[in-house]
Design a protein around this ligand. Structure first.
Ligand code: FE2
Length: 268
């Protein structure tokens, strides 16, 4: 028994020491609501993380996928950590790609959102707080966190739903555990979320995440694609890595790429 414990501890420290590198994770969604493909890159929960000199690793990963647009689904800036890496990445990428940005809980703390959203807007990033924007035949709906920065939106999801048409609607909203609420409007074809950090530890094919904030142990929505009736949610496992108290194990930080494709292209 003692030997087994020692062995488990050794395995743990080896795994913890292993760097699980940035991974690009791709999804395809077919719909009869569009006629031309749209490729979205989702960046979530960056928390000012370092990705090489001048953020080259992340920038090159984005460039390799040539997205039409980048969406930022919250916790891009952090209330405690240094945000210089976030700034370097955004400033470099904003000249190449259109950006849409909603806040997460960390941007809301200490009244940080007013500054972060202004900073992003000054760079040329579109900040969404309950607004919908038409983009290449789809609609991007952005529900920012508001109030105390926890699981509240101060009506921004309702506003998005009310103004959404019958086309392909993509909702950007930081908290995946609120999926029942988002779906209750019957308006959003795709929800893009983050916040769960992949549940920090994974056991591939067995456990999709050990613990996530606001979901607790064995979170239902730790990361990946969740398909419902005619709609779905993609939860990014996020990009924060080195500064977590608990290391990520089998839980690569990820850049998410979503291809929204006309149904006519399915099986063609
Ligand atoms: Fe978060």
């Amino acid at each position: 028994m003692k030997l087994l414990l020692i062995l488990l501890l050794i395995i743990f420290f080896i795994l913890a020491a292993v760097s699980f590198p940035l991974k690009t994770v791709s999804y395809e969604i077919f719909t009869d609501k569009i006629t031309k493909p749209v490729r979205i890159a989702q960046i979530s929960d960056l928390h000012g993380e370092y990705y090489g000199r001048d953020m080259k690793t992340l920038l090159e990963a984005v460039d390799a996928s040539s997205p039409d647009v980048i969406v930022l689904t919250g916790d891009i800036f952090d209330d405690v950590r240094d945000n210089e890496n976030t700034r370097i990445f955004l400033k470099a990428a904003v000249s190449e790609y259109p950006f849409f940005y909603v806040s997460g809980n960390h941007e809301m703390r200490k009244d940080g959102w007013a500054n972060f959203k202004q900073e992003a807007a000054d760079m040329g990033i579109t900040v969404l707080e309950g607004e919908n924007v038409g983009f290449m035949g789809i609609t991007i709906c952005g529900a920012s966190s508001t109030g105390d920065g926890r699981l509240t939106f101060d009506g921004s999801v309702e506003k998005c739903a009310k103004e959404a048409g019958n086309g392909f609607n993509v909702l950007l909203a930081h908290y995946p555990e609120k999926i029942g609420y988002y779906r209750s409007f019957g308006k959003f074809d795709l929800v893009l979320s983050g916040h769960a950090h992949g549940g920090q530890w994974r056991v591939p094919y067995l456990i999709n995440g050990l613990f996530s904030p606001d979901q607790g142990l064995f979170p239902e929505y730790a990361g990946g694609m969740y398909e419902f009736d005619d709609d779905c949610m993609i939860v990014s496992r996020g990009l924060s890595r080195t500064k977590n108290v608990i290391p990520r194990i089998f839980n690569n930080p990820e850049l998410v790429i979503i291809d929204i494709l006309p149904e006519s292209e399915e099986n063609s």
